[in-house]
Design a protein around this ligand. Structure first.
Ligand code: ADP
Ligand code: MG
Length: 443
């Protein structure tokens, strides 16, 4: 039998031997890349999957292949979607001492986010598996683990779930947003307490930092963060991070930090498909006392695309309307709820953001969205990108579309420029504060 055929047959048998999620996560996307000296060399998507298969499934797989070919079999795993090698990184500076037990959890941020209520779909399978593995034990060679992807896809949810599980297992875990890390550092510097700040962050067993794109343009906090990563770069420690883009595209964080991040494992999380969206809705619907018929769930899953947050917003509106107006929860009221916007949770409409920004800087909306690159129009445009991005529900591509058909990398660059200017330009900062204040009012 040809080796490719042997591997296909082995996959077929393994599918029956292991659970569906194990098969989908680790085996479905593998392929035989070569057959050398009687050894089946199987390609897998990333180093994490390679190590996992090697440590936990090789014996089973070899036994299965042996059964098919009727003799002993040897199987090994290699990376198959070849990514560029990460740049050389500095050697770790120090090994952290034993940590004080500490778990910080912002309850407002983490209303019961756990692995149990995280729905695994094709777009989140690998991220979920990686988080779960990290929650069990540090993953040497995959430090830091970076979960990246667009807003509202469950990054914070996974970080919280991991922190909870680590804490339950008695490991010290610290979860913080990059923004809070920055603020805490600033007060530590002011209050001359940087030593205790360092002690806290450089000794914890598991450090989880959410939204590290926030470090862009913040020189001292990204520097401090790099030293923190170095301190925790040891087999007994684990760092898990989330970011709205792939670490290698965060060049604005500086070469050393960027290369430290790229030396870990980056796993992308992508939008759920309709099946996963329906499952997520079912999980969220269980929190309400009102029963939500399955046809309503399916209807919503099919009609609200993209982000989970938008899906959740629609569900909340539907239930709120049922409570207030006594309307039945059916596909017709669901359809109404989908057309309505929610003045509290919905972001400010983009045309209002554009009008306010243009007005504040005394330029026309046409200039703001136009091709001009003079500073008087380019800086307001960067700020508009940043403000639209901050509201958290639009992708870079959507923002580009709103601002005159620019592509996502232009928007990313614009946002980075805005962040960097805001960190050193007081006038721009006061414009931004004024705009945020105005936009936060309902009309
Ligand atoms: P991100 O941090 O990526 O912007 P969040 O983790 O804040 O996204 O997720 C937004 C909302 O969507 C949260 O309420 C979260 O529980 C929910 N959510 C996202 N993905 C999933 C999922 N796969 N299963 C269950 N809930 C999800
Ligand atoms: Mg988040």
């Amino acid at each position: 039998m040809r080796p490719e055929k042997v591997w296909r047959a082995a996959l077929g048998e393994l599918q029956l031997q292991v659970s569906r999620s194990t098969f989908d996560t680790w085996l479905r996307n593998t392929r035989l890349v070569s057959f050398e000296d009687g050894e089946y060399i199987v390609g897998v998507e990333n180093g994490f999957a390679r190590d996992w298969l090697d440590a936990r499934m090789r014996t089973t797989i070899e036994r299965t292949v042996a059964g098919i070919i009727g003799g002993p079999a040897k199987v090994s795993f290699v990376l198959w979607q070849h990514k560029p090698e990460p740049a050389a990184t500095e050697t770790p500076l120090l090994t952290a001492s034993l940590a004080t037990k500490a778990v910080r959890q912002k309850s407002s941020r983490a209303p019961g986010y756990s692995f149990d209520n995280f729905v695994v779909g094709p777009g989140s399978r690998m991220a979920h598996a990686a988080a779960l593995t990290v929650a069990e034990a540090p993953l040497p060679g995959h430090n830091p683990l970076v979960i990246y992807g667009d807003v509202g896809l469950g990054k914070t949810h996974l970080l919280c779930a991991t922190a909870h599980l680590c804490a339950r297992a008695g490991r010290s875990a610290l979860l913080i947003t990059a923004e809070d890390f920055t603020n805490e550092l600033v007060s530590a510097i002011r209050g001359h307490t940087t030593e205790s700040f360092r002690e806290k962050y450089r000794t914890v067993e598991v450090l989880l930092v959410d939204d590290i794109q926030f470090f862009v343009g913040k020189k001292s906090s990204s520097e401090e963060f790099l030293h923190t990563l170095n301190a925790l770069y040891s087999p007994s420690h684990q760092v898990m991070l989330s970011c709205d883009q792939a670490p290698e595209s965060l060049a604005a964080l500086g070469r050393r930090l960027c290369s430290r991040l790229s030396a870990g494992l980056a796993v992308e999380i992508t939008a759920p498909d309709a099946g996963a969206r329906a499952e997520i809705l079912r999980t969220k619907a269980a929190a309400f006392t009102e029963p939500i018929p399955d046809e309503v769930i399916t209807f919503m899953a099919e009609n609200v695309g993209g982000h989970v947050r938008a899906l959740e917003g629609a569900l909340h509106r539907l239930v709120a309307r049922a409570r207030v107006f006594g309307t039945p929860i059916d596909t017709s009221s669901a359809s109404d709820a989908l057309c309505q916007s929610d003045p509290i949770n919905d972001p400010v409409p983009s045309d209002r953001v554009i009008a306010e920004v243009a007005g504040r800087f005394g330029i026309t909306q046409r200039e703001l969205c136009g091709k001009g690159r003079a500073r008087r129009v380019a800086v307001p445009r960067h700020l508009a990108m940043h403000i639209l991005r901050e509201q958290g529900n639009r992708s870079l591509a959507e923002i580009g579309e709103l601002l005159g058909g620019r592509d996502h990398s232009t928007v990313r660059h614009g946002c980075e420029r805005a962040v960097s200017l805001l960190s050193r330009d007081d006038t721009l900062r006061s414009h931004a504060a004024f705009l945020r204040e105005r936009l936060s009012r309902s009309t």
